[in-house]
Design a protein around this ligand. Structure first.
Ligand code: PEP
Ligand code: MN
Length: 360
């Protein structure tokens, strides 16, 4: 059977390596809004150790009538930011025209957004427009959890002679409100890494979380898994940002983020072990969520019984029922090879809470 790594061998490239082997850092505003905002942000980040300054010039927005980026007038602002700080500049391209303008302006790298990676025609058009340049390209995952589509985009670029490639994990769309704006599905970038061990994977923590306060958690997780870098949206005044205000952090917030992150222990060198641990942790997180949901259901039923007892004038606490519950769960714990003491203490707590709920 053909595996996804059969077609293309992706090698590490200088563009996405750091001299020290530390994670590669990309930071900057979601969107370029004005020359002063771009230059101010770049200056504020210039001493933070970032490797690329990001800024969105053309913004793919889900709904029309929202801010769609300043467009090509922002290109000279990016150049000015580079002149003043020495930082390399990366922006998003979503069609061949964008590529043409970026090449003309002389920016240092481009990323392809999640809404573009889903479309092989557009990817092909971008690959053709980049042909002969070997510009560094960062390919975001498609919005839908389809690893082959992500790999296909990398392959199209590679076939066009582009070898300075990296992947960017920005999470996958979810219907209905979830904790994260885009579900991380860590198993997908991990599978990509397994197929192409040399391909750098950078985590876009801003678009995964959609919320500034969740960024440290996801950034640390990305380092723990052993991915190669972080992309973070930084704005001097996040509340005033013309796009994605909730997920942008200040330059000082970015420095705080960096100082709060810790490099995972290097005791486990083997990336397969790291990947296996990461998958198991995903499983544990899922089991924990299920536990909480079950607890929620149990307490809801307790509340209903409470109302019935109240209508019928029965006392909430009944010793025989409590003894019966403890006996049943202890026996079941024994059968499942779980310590009966653990289950007993757990159910004592749950019972107290149930009585509270019945009284409410
Ligand atoms: C962005 O990085 O500004 C962006 C629009 O990202 P994505 O394609 O991940 O939504
Ligand atoms: Mn954004």
């Amino acid at each position: 059977m053909r595996t996804i790594s059969d077609t293309v061998v992706l090698k590490k490239s200088e563009a996405w390596l750091t001299a020290s082997g530390e994670p590669l850092l990309i930071a900057g505003p979601c969107s370029a809004e004005s020359e002063s905002q771009v230059v101010e942000t770049a200056k504020a980040l210039s001493q933070s150790g970032i490797h690329y300054f990001r800024l969105g010039i053309w913004k793919p927005r889900t709904r029309p009538n929202s801010f769609e980026g300043m467009g090509e007038i922002a290109l000279p602002w990016a150049i000015k930011a580079r002149e003043e700080t020495g930082l390399r500049i990366i922006t998003e391209v979503a069609n061949a025209r964008h590529v043409e303008l970026v090449l003309k302006a002389g920016l240092d790298a481009v990323w392809i957004g999640a809404r573009t990676t889903v479309n092989p025609f557009t990817i092909q058009e971008i690959a053709d427009a980049l042909k002969g340049t070997n510009l560094p390209v960062l390919v975001k995952n498609p919005v839908n959890p389809d690893l082959n589509l992500w790999v296909g985009a990398l392959e199209r670029l590679h076939h066009a002679g582009l070898t300075q490639l990296a992947a960017c994990h920005r999470g996958f769309s979810a219907y209905m409100n979830a904790r994260f704006r885009n579900l991380p599905h860590w198993e997908i970038p991990l599978e990509l890494k397994r197929a192409f061990p040399e391909l750098p994977v950078i985590t876009d923590v801003s678009h995964i979380t959609g919320a500034a306060e969740l960024i440290p958690l996801v950034a640390q997780k990305s380092l723990d898994i052993g991915f190669d870098g972080l992309m973070v949206e930084v704005h001097p005044r996040p509340a005033e940002a013309m796009s994605d205000p909730e997920q942008q952090i200040t330059p000082q917030g970015f420095l705080n983020l960096l100082s709060g992150l810790h490099k995972p222990s290097t005791q486990i060198e083997d990336s397969e072990t790291l990947a296996a641990i990461a998958l198991m942790r995903e499983e544990i997180d899922r089991a924990d969520r299920e536990l909480i949901q079950i607890l929620h259901t149990r307490l809801k039923v307790a509340g209903k019984i409470g109302r019935l007892k109240q209508q019928s004038g029965i006392t909430f606490f009944q010793q025989e029922r409590y003894d019966e519950v403890l006996k049943k769960v202890s026996a079941y714990a024994d059968l499942m090879k779980i310590s009966p003491e653990l289950v007993r203490s757990l159910f004592e707590l749950i019972h107290v809470e149930s009585i509270e709920k019945q009284g409410e």
